[in-house]
Design a protein around this ligand. Structure first.
Ligand code: SF4
Length: 219
């Protein structure tokens, strides 16, 4: 893994090269409140953003609070969220989440990671998205792009997104926490793509462990 100085330098380069915080996010990042953000995040599992947005819109048109959600029939929830797939499992998760939210938190979404992760269906990624996008905390949420990029470069050395999130939090400088998610995700979509990373024109190539290993294998 990179040392602290290299980590700092990588973030400085990404901050300069990437657009940073964006508006008009779809899916869980664009929801107006914590309840909808949690539900939308649950819907986003193995779903494209546009399908998550469509399912979220259809569901919240029928119920926008946990109390209203529990009044819906399972078939109505499943029909509304069908565009995002796995709708029977997701329907069960939504119901369990709403029951726990009302039973244990009086219907109010907690604003701590621990509180969020105590709720059914909310893992580290969803908790961090809600913390960052709804509650405005300086947290780098780790999705598949952030996970891939961090471990290729050497910001982290982890096999799962959850471990990456833990290491990233421990190894990132404070000044990079607020916008780090945006730099890393944009970088993962535009430069360090999953199948064909554009290493030849990559601004952090000189620090990248993956690229360094490729070069030494080819040498
Ligand atoms: S050098 Fe290649 S693998 Fe490394 S961060 Fe850049 S694009 Fe990704």
């Amino acid at each position: 893994m990179l040392d602290a100085q290299q980590v700092d330098e990588v973030y400085r380069i990404l901050a300069r090269e990437m657009p940073g915080r964006t508006r008009g996010a779809k899916g869980p990042k664009g929801q107006p409140d914590a309840f909808r953000s949690c539900i939308s995040c649950m819907l986003s599992a193995q779903s494209f953003d546009r399908n998550t947005a469509k399912a979220s819109r259809a569901l919240f048109a029928q119920a926008a609070t946990p109390e209203e959600m529990l009044k819906l029939d399972d078939r109505d929830i499943a029909a509304a969220i069908k565009p995002c797939g796995l709708y029977n499992n997701k329907t069960r998760s939504i119901r369990r989440f709403c029951e726990a939210l009302i039973g244990e938190h009086g219907g109010v979404v907690p604003d701590t990671r621990e509180g969020l992760m105590s709720l059914p269906g909310i893992g580290r990624k969803c908790a961090d998205i809600v913390m960052s996008f709804t509650f405005g905390k300086d947290v780098i949420a780790v999705d598949t792009h952030v996970h891939r990029v961090c471990n290729r470069i050497g910001l982290t050395g982890a096999k799962t997104a959850e471990k990456t999130a833990e290491q990233l939090e421990a190894r990132s400088p404070d000044w990079a926490l607020a916008d780090g998610h945006f730099w890393l995700i944009q970088f993962g979509k535009k430069v360090c793509t999953s199948r064909a990373p554009k290493c030849e024109r990559c601004p952090v190539a000189r620090h990248c462990e993956f690229y360094g290993a490729q070069l030494s294998q080819g040498a």
